[in-house]
Write a protein that binds this ligand. Structure first.
Ligand code: SF4
Ligand code: ZN
Length: 298
């Protein structure tokens, strides 16, 4: 197949646009849409210090590459990487993340569950079984991410979330009946570093292709606990449905955004946890989980 925009060989077919694209035109289209998302949400402005949350996987590595390529020459914008070692043997490798960041001349800051909570995720699973591994992991990681980025002076946290991830999150909140999360808006709040997701409108397979074209050494191994994630089931369900109805993922992401925008005012309340001092919505998930795991009321 030839590229729909020039005469070179195409490397991808976009079902939703009907276009075949060569590497050059795919890159132009991909980066153009990521830049548009940034403009539309006013995600980056002069003076920003952007902490790219890196897992070492394709999405976050691709975000780092993209941000460095587009904003790396701007003297008024700083970009650095942060990574959190959950302590999952054979999976998480902070040194590999550091290496990827180093290739783009980006400084990488590393911290861990052990450093913050005195426990690795493997130890938590040993104590509590692996059924809730992902809910523990997700809550604890989110808290460290925010606090660590804040300590480093970040004004934004860039996440590798793609269209598929975002559609899954909306659906997961529906399936959990979690209205609070479905309606929670990202508004500026004391102590809470705003998150930006430049790839939010880009399908996972396009992010994978972009990463394969430009990023070396990203991690392709899956987490040994990922079978416990509700996300895995939801992913399969949406992919299956999207195959027959190609705009499903966009529809879910738009629904999530419109639900939040439709609110007169934000109904969710941000407060400061009196135990750990972090900004939280409702009950502090981190303190609840640490109590559950250690039996010690903090
Ligand atoms: Fe954590 Fe679950 Fe993701 Fe593994 S799959 S890193 S346990 S959230
Ligand atoms: Zn707390």
């Amino acid at each position: 197949m030839k590229c729909s925009k020039c005469n070179k060989d195409a490397i991808i077919f976009q079902k939703y646009s009907g276009m075949h694209l060569c590497p050059e035109h795919f890159t132009k289209d991909f980066e153009g849409r990521a830049k548009k998302a940034i403009r539309q949400h006013r995600w980056i402005s002069s003076g920003d210090k952007i902490a790219v949350a890196m897992s070492g996987g394709k999405d976050s590595s691709a975000v780092l590459y993209f941000l460095k390529k587009v904003f790396g020459q701007r003297p008024d914008i700083e970009i650095f990487a942060i990574t959190i070692d959950e302590g999952i043997k054979g999976y998480r490798d902070p040194q590999a993340v550091e290496k990827i960041a180093g290739r783009y001349d980006v400084k990488c800051y590393i911290t861990s569950f052990y450093e913050h909570f005195g426990l690795t995720l493997d130890e938590i699973v040993e104590k509590k079984g692996d059924r809730k591994s992902c809910s523990y992991c997700g809550v604890l990681r989110r808290q460290i991410l925010n606090g660590f980025a804040r300590e480093l002076g970040a004004t934004k946290i860039a996440m590798g979330f793609n269209l598929d991830d975002e559609a899954q999150s909306v659906m997961m909140n529906v399936l959990r009946g979690d209205l609070e999360r479905l309606l929670r808006r990202q508004k500026p709040a004391e102590g809470m570093i705003p998150r930006i997701r430049p790839f939010i409108y880009l399908p996972e397979r396009e992010v994978a292709l972009y990463a394969n074209l430009y990023v070396e050494g990203f991690e392709e191994r899956g987490c040994p606990y990922s079978h416990n994630a509700l996300r895995a089931d939801v992913r399969e369900m949406i992919n299956d449905y999207n195959y027959r109805h190609p705009s499903t993922k966009y529809a879910l992401v738009n629904l999530g955004e419109e639900l939040k925008e439709g609110l007169e005012e934000d109904s969710t309340q941000l407060r400061t946890c009196e135990v750990c001092g972090e900004p939280v919505f409702g009950e502090c998930g981190t303190c609840r989980i640490l109590h559950e795991i250690t039996g010690i009321k903090r």
